[in-house]
Write a protein that binds this ligand. Structure first.
Ligand code: ATP
Length: 961
């Protein structure tokens, strides 16, 4: 069932209502009618049981994706590779010439090779699919009357969803409540200007999608405001679902490295083919048999071209990415893995990334008194201790002067006693607590274990908890002072306002608004304040100055300070815009909240500095708060520059560029400043990782080399724009991801190092022997076997190598650095020649010793495979094997064991011996074979020791692994 009209969906639930309404579209009905038709409740949402039942009926709320490729398709795609086709042709030719057995073995090897390739590919695809699951979109929904977060796929018609700026609309839904809600519907309508939404019924004519202002549609984006909507259609029945067949699934793009490798592969392929052609001609000139030379050349071509490289690289990338996800970093774009290793600057938000985002109101400051609030966490238990008398000379008591607090507190309590306020709350305090909680959207809830939890923004949660400590619950306040309007928070304005119906006898007006936000910004819009005597009085510049000083003092302790202001209204204003309502206000007081730095961050900052990466803080918070925290965790160091949003506004791009390398803290910035900071940093060739969470952060996330979105607090839009998502919102996770990124890149270089040097080894041995006139030291089947067994497993295992010691103690790799940088190309060359030389030597010794050709082949074959297997240990890193620990990569030990066992099998198991044309060897033969093979380790170890010694003498760094 691809498309069901909306009316049919409802008919499935309540036929009689649907019949009456059949001709009416969702947008033409009132919200109540829609809820009735869908058998739902606007206030409570669906019951969880009902939602589960409907999930069964309607299926997942997802657009159908093309099915993954089958194993057969994957094997076919392997087999149609040109080289494999050549091999098949060779098998057919040799069969036609009577070599039935050989051709059979070749075909088996071809199939095994294809199966291995398909297995590798399916592993890679599986890993990528698993990743996609981790980043599945979530939706906020009312179930059983409580707000909850569920996977968007679990939504059903009738669900009431909560929407806010930065959300992707998770299904088609009819709006039931809006506050300045606007949506970008360009994905659906092509119209890029955001559409302002309403909850009103559109009872007139039928209108097009773009004009259905009381509807929101799956896949579009909420750009501003907040709202609630009832889901009417899900999955393929949504508007976007109906056109989904037209939408092409976006393929995972190859990363720059994969692209470069594909090119390199072609390039190497041509060289290998040229060499093989020379071998072929040389062989013929030397009088070798045509068919024999043809088969040898074809096999050599197959073995020499590193056709498995792209698949191995994809697996290494994909498995690395899985490892990262276990460390809380979800990679959304594979290319980010490579870029991570080149990062030179991390620009991080403060709140929640560097700090815990567990806000607790610690002090409440008003001109009538200052209260210290006790209690930690979200439990609504704590006391309000008055620490300063009311009076014109009042000043806040700073942390660290506990005695002063206690003494003053005692005095203040006495003073309060005398005024008879003890037992209830001082009006100023009560005003703050009620206003702060009313102007918040967060909810305090208890989980099944009785632990208190915040649903919503922790800053607002702190205000709700503070009010609850005085017995003002969210539910009670909503009942007594119902919200009748709001201008939602946005990080550019840095404040938010709510309107409430209030008892006029208490407030002197029927409607009151509360505005909370950044003190410097709120204060600018206040004309009056609650003065020291508790009366509203004009706010002069000197008073403002004093309040700003109080703000600075609290901020200098690293606390986040929020101001509260209020204004009375005769009625709810018609225009709900910031300009219209956030002015002419009366200042009430300040909340100071504690948000401690995450304990692991200071160490992560240190690690990133050692790794040549500069950490920078970019925050919307006050400069003083920002610097206090930045100092504590080591981001700010003496001599560093601090810039504010205002400085950024005033600075030209050139001035910003000149300052950007010295600046470690940006405070009071707006999201759009982040874009300029990224650009300025990039002008200095910096590779920038930039964090963000809001809808307005998306452009900066896209512009940054690595856009990093917050998994917990981040909006869907920010996640969509990012390359990486932090599941735990933690700065330390970025540093861990960089370490993984460096390791993955190093491991890819190791697999390339290994595969290419082994391939060169095979070419060298055969080339040398044929040119000298000794015939090929390896039979075609033996060459193919080496390609399949010896190369395959160890190369993969090398990709799983753990982090090298000191990986975070060297500077980032240059962004333009080639894959063979640091002498890798030379190492591949000489080590390939070494391996080829060893195998050739074994062959030559056997021939010189008058051994049979089969025995000579066997010795060359064994030496080649064993020296390659030993060589795998060489490429693990630039350090000596003894230092790295012989067994520390257990995958490689396993791969070595498996490959060696298979290799022995083709010599020791009689039928295999027949097929692979090998012979049993004498003890002295084995001694020669093992001795020669082991030379590959000995020689490389000597060279490592020598280069290590030279590096330590000259102070240069050892080439990267
Ligand atoms: P960071 O950018 O490091 O995450 P931040 O959380 O302070 O820091 P924003 O969320 O953009 O950044 O907030 C900017 C400022 O707006 C805050 O410093 C605070 O003064 C104010 N603010 C934050 N949250 C709210 C809110 N829910 N209501 C009103 N004002 C708020």
């Amino acid at each position: 069932m691809l498309s069901t009209p909306a009316s049919e969906a409802s008919a499935a639930i309540l036929p009689e209502v649907a019949n009456v309404q059949a001709e009416k579209k969702w947008y033409q009905r009132s919200a109540q009618e829609v809820a009735m038709a869908l058998n739902s409740n606007l206030k409570q949402g669906l019951e969880a049981n009902e939602a589960t039942k409907r999930r069964g009926e309607y299926g997942p709320n997802q657009l159908q994706e093309p099915p993954p490729r089958s194993l057969i398709q994957m094997i076919y795609s392997q087999i149609k590779e040109v080289l494999v086709l050549i091999l098949i042709a060779a098998a057919i030719i040799s069969a036609a010439l009577g070599e039935i057995e050989d051709s059979g073995v070749i075909l088996v090897i071809v199939v095994l090779n294809a199966a291995l390739g398909a297995f590798q590919e399916s592993r890679a695809e599986q890993a990528l699919r698993a990743l996609k699951k981790l980043t599945q979109p979530m939706a906020k929904v009312l179930r059983d009357g409580r707000p909850d977060q569920v996977p968007a796929a679990d939504l059903v018609p009738g669900d009431v969803v909560l929407l806010e700026a930065g959300d992707y609309v998770p299904a088609d839904a009819r709006l039931i409540e809006v506050a300045s809600l606007a949506a970008d519907e360009s994905a659906l309508t092509g119209e890029s200007v955001p559409v302002e939404k309403t909850a009103e019924v559109l009872s007139g004519q039928e209108v097009t999608l773009g004009d259905q202002k009381n509807m929101v549609f799956m896949g579009t984006v909420i750009t501003a405001g907040r709202g609630q909507a009832i889901v009417v259609d899900t999955g393929m029945r949504t508007q976007i679902g109906r056109i989904a067949s037209m939408l092409q699934q976006v393929e995972q793009e190859p990363t720059p490295l994969q692209r470069r490798l594909a090119e390199l592969g072609k390039y190497l392929g041509v060289i290998a083919l040229a060499v093989v052609a020379v071998v072929f001609i040389a062989g013929l000139l030397r009088g070798e048999e045509l068919l024999e030379m043809f088969m040898t050349s074809v096999s050599l071509a197959v073995a020499a071209v590193p056709e498995g490289l792209p698949a191995v690289v994809t697996i290494v990338l994909a498995l690395g990415v899985q490892r990262m996800s276990r460390r809380q970093a979800i990679i959304r774009k594979l290319a980010a893995v490579e870029t991570l290793g080149t990062a030179t600057t991390i620009c991080s938000d403060k709140t929640g990334t560097l700090t815990k985002n567990e806000m607790t109101v610690a002090q409440i400051y008003t001109s009538e008194g200052v209260w210290k609030v006790t209690g930690v966490g979200y439990a609504p238990r704590g006391e309000f201790i008055a620490v300063v008398h009311s009076g014109p000379e009042s000043k806040p008591v700073t942390e660290g002067s506990e005695e002063a607090v206690d003494q003053t507190g005692e005095k203040a309590a006495q003073a309060l006693d005398a005024t008879g306020i003890q037992g209830s709350f001082a009006p100023a305090l009560e005003r703050m607590l009620i206003g702060g909680a009313l102007a918040s959207d967060a909810w305090l809830t208890q989980d099944n274990h009785g632990h208190y939890r915040i649903v919503g923004d922790p800053t607002e949660g702190a205000l709700v908890v503070a009010a609850a400590k005085a017995g003002f619950t969210r539910e009670g306040l909503n009942r007594d002072y119902p919200r009748v309007g709001e201008v939602p928070f946005d990080s550019d304005r840095k404040m938010m306002t709510t309107f409430h119906q209030v008892p006029p006898d208490r407030f002197g007006a029927p409607v009151v608004s509360f505005t909370k936000g950044a003190p410097d910004i709120v204060l600018e819009r206040c004309q009056s304040w609650y003065g020291p005597d508790g009366e509203v009085a004009p706010l002069n510049d000197a008073d403002k100055q004093k309040l700003l000083e109080a703000n600075s003092k609290l901020a200098s302790q690293g606390m986040r300070v929020l101001a509260l202001a209020t204004r009375s209204w005769l009625q709810v204003p018609e225009e709900m815009s910031s300009e219209a309502v956030e002015s002419d206000m009366t200042f009430v007081g300040l909340f100071a909240m504690q948000d401690p730095a995450r304990p692991e961050v200071a160490r992560a900052v240190e690690v990133s500095r050692q790794a040549g990466i500069r950490p920078v803080m970019i925050t919307g918070d006050h400069q003083t708060t920002a610097v206090a925290i930045a100092k504590e965790i080591g981001i700010y160091r003496p001599g560093d520059q601090v810039l504010t949003g205002l400085d950024l506004e005033r600075a030209s791009d050139e001035e910003l560029e000149a300052a950007v390398l010295k600046t470690s803290v940006y405070a009071r910035v707006s999201p759009h400043h982040k874009l300029r900071i990224v650009k300025a940093l990039r002008a200095h060739q910096q590779v920038v990782a930039m964090t963000g969470d809001g809808v307005n952060d998306a452009p900066a996330l896209r512009q940054a080399d690595i856009g990093v979105a917050m998994g917990i607090t981040g909006t869907e839009v920010a996640k969509e724009a990012s390359d990486m998502v932090l599941m735990d919102d933690n700065f330390a996770t970025i540093v861990n991801a960089i370490e993984e990124g460096r390791t993955i890149y190093a491991n890819i270089r190791k697999t390339i190092h290994y595969l290419l040097s082994c391939n060169i080894g095979e070419i060298v041995a055969i080339f040398l022997a044929i040119v000298i006139g000794m015939g090929s030291p390896l039979t075609p089947i033996q060459i193919l076997w080496l390609n399949l067994v010896t190369d395959g497993f160890p190369a993969l295992a090398l990709g799983l190598e753990g982090a090298e010691k000191g990986v975070m103690q060297r500077p980032p790799r240059g962004a333009k650095e080639g894959i063979f940088a640091g002498g890798l190309g030379i190492q591949i060359g000489w080590q390939g020649i070494l391996i080829g030389g060893l195998s050739f030597t074994a062959y030559a010794l056997a021939i010189a010793g008058g051994r049979s050709l089969v025995e000579a082949h066997t010795m060359a074959f064994l030496t080649m495979s064993l020296s390659q297997l030993f060589h795998a240990f060489n490429v693990r890193g630039p350090m000596s094997l003894v230092k790295m620990g012989l067994l520390s990569n257990r995958y490689l030990v396993g791969a070595f064991g498996l490959s060696a066992a298979l290799q022995l099998a083709v010599i020791l198991v009689p039928p295999l011996r027949e097929i692979f044309d090998t012979a049993l060897l004498t003890a002295s033969d084995w001694l020669i074979v093992v001795g020669l093979s082991f030379m590959s380790i000995v020689v490389v170890e000597v060279v490592k020791a020598f280069t290590g010694l030279r590096a330590s003498q000259t102070g240069t760094s050892v080439p990267l692994g």
